[in-house]
Design a protein around this ligand. Structure first.
Ligand SMILES: [Zn+2]
Length: 68
């Protein structure tokens, strides 16, 4: 009898700090770089800039036409 207590529960909760409000957020999956996350504190849209460690930056989608 093989007792491998389901190794698929490999992922644990990950934390990231919102660069806008410094609020700590927790997610239970590993996002990909470039994925958009919402801050649960201030609702800002954040973009994953690194996964190890998990880091996010403020998404600047709205600043795209800043130069106009
Ligand atoms: Zn925030």
């Amino acid at each position: 009898m093989i007792s491998m207590s389901s190794t698929t529960t490999h992922l644990r909760h990950l934390n990231f700090v919102c660069p806008v409000c410094d609020g700590e957020n927790t997610i239970d999956y590993l996002p990909e770089i470039g994925e958009l996350l919402d801050c649960s504190d201030c609702g800002s849209e954040l973009e994953v800039s690194s996964t190890e460690p998990l880091e996010v930056i403020e998404s600047d989608l709205e600043a795209e036409d800043w130069g106009q």
